[in-house]
Ligand binder design. Structure first.
Ligand SMILES: [Zn+2]
Ligand SMILES: [Zn+2]
Length: 396
């Protein structure tokens, strides 16, 4: 049996355990920085393999270090990252491994990511003697919303790491396909809060008030022109106002109106420009209409930018796994979603790629963050194989 066939058969053997673990995690979802049970399972499994394990990084993060038996001084270290957190969504799937926690659900596939990375650790650990370098398995908390990557880096997770790889399972991407692309893949994400201050009063006497609702309405409309009039059609970007809150009754002009929204961009300089223009437009309009506007931009996550060398390594691994025709480097691989894998990719050269899980026949065709989101578990061994091959190739 060739080395390549041996790898495939080793992975096949792990599939029942991977599926069982993924379903177990699915039944017990934990939100950002609360991944106590999940990280406990990760720690226990990594320790059983004999890896050096660090716990409590960024609260619930875990790092396992596998030292290759064929490492010489100066040998390289590759990190492989998986996120572990679930979402505050009530699951509507009727499956026997449905979430057991009301209002919490693995609706983004991070249960699959965790299961995949533990299988990769197992496979590489069995090849420890022949590995000419080290592998760091990085299990990150809080990818959704708050961000666990940045504090993990701050606490040293990327020290002595030469490259990083990771994947996201994608439900609207066909099963059997792997998308890997150099440059920017996922967008940046910044949340903005605009608080318009006017002057409250009686709704029947607007001349004695400054109406913050009317000011907010103008701001929402003007923000649309940042994308349509100030942004190149060749530079994709999004500004969405997702929430407006103002007023208590039909006959009162309120004091304030608050808007919240998100900004997505694919380039750092573009991201900065959008942030700046939102502030200028909001304050300019508010001032022109006699009010003021407080501008806050928070929760920033940079775009995911893949290194060309690391992308080549992953691309080669993907071709060996699913064949040339099912490896995609087109713009289809890009998404306006964000992922704080971006922080790791800023810290060290890396490649973040996507693995398709879409299969209508199995009901795995709902979008991410949907109460009926699910994956075709046949994608799990594909993820394992690409990551394993890429790590071995990097350390060769
Ligand atoms: Zn998500
Ligand atoms: Zn996700």
């Amino acid at each position: 049996m060739s080395e390549s066939d041996r790898l495939k058969s080793d992975i096949d053997e792990l599939v029942p355990d991977m599926v069982a673990l993924r379903r177990d995690l699915h039944q017990h979802p934990e939100l950002a920085f609360e991944e106590v049970r999940t990280s406990g399972i990760v720690v226990q499994r990594l320790r059983t393999m004999g890896l050096e394990v660090q716990t409590g990084i960024a609260k619930t993060g875990v790092v396992g270090l596998l030292r290759g038996g064929a490492s010489k001084p100066g040998a390289k270290t590759i990190a492989i990252r998986a996120d572990m957190d679930a979402l505050p969504i009530h699951e509507l799937n009727e499956i026997d491994y449905r979430s057991t926690v009301d209002g919490k659900m693995h609706a983004c596939g991070h249960d699959g990511h965790t299961s995949i990375l533990l299988a990769v650790a197992d496979i590489l650990n069995k090849r420890r003697a022949e590995l000419a370098g080290n592998v760091k398995f990085v299990f990150q908390p809080a990818e959704e919303s708050i961000g666990g990557a940045a504090p993990m880096i701050k606490e040293g997770a990327m020290q002595e790491v030469d490259g990083i790889i990771g994947l996201h399972l994608i439900s609207d991407y066909p099963l059997g396909r792997v998308g890997v692309r150099s440059g920017t893949t996922f967008a940046s994400a910044d949340r903005f809060i605009l608080t318009v201050k006017g002057k409250g009063g009686h709704a029947a006497m607007p001349e004695a008030s400054i109406d913050p609702i009317v000011i907010a309405a103008y701001i929402v409309t003007a923000l649309q022109t940042v994308i349509s009039r100030e942004t190149s059609p060749f530079a994709p970007a999004v500004i969405t106002v997702g929430r407006i809150q103002a007023g208590t009754a039909f006959n009162i002009i309120p004091e304030t109106a608050e808007m919240q929204g998100t900004i997505r961009a694919f380039r750092a300089e573009h991201r900065q420009k959008l942030v700046r223009r939102i502030g200028e437009i909001a304050t300019g309009i508010a001032t022109a209409m006699g009010g003021t506007c407080l501008v806050e931009v928070i929760d920033g996550c940079p775009p995911c930018v893949n290194d060309s060398g690391m992308t080549e390594v992953v691309h080669k691994a993907a071709v060996a796994t699913v064949g040339e025709k099912d490896v995609d480097d087109s713009e289809e691989v890009m998404g306006t979603g964000s992922d704080d894998m971006a922080c790791f990719l800023e810290a060290v050269p890396g490649c973040y790629f996507i693995v398709g899980t879409n299969n209508e026949e199995k009901g795995a065709n709902y979008p991410h963050h949907h109460p009926r989101f699910n994956i075709d578990e046949d994608a799990l061994p594909i993820g394992v194989e690409v990551l394993t091959r890429a790590a071995m190739e990097f350390l060769r």
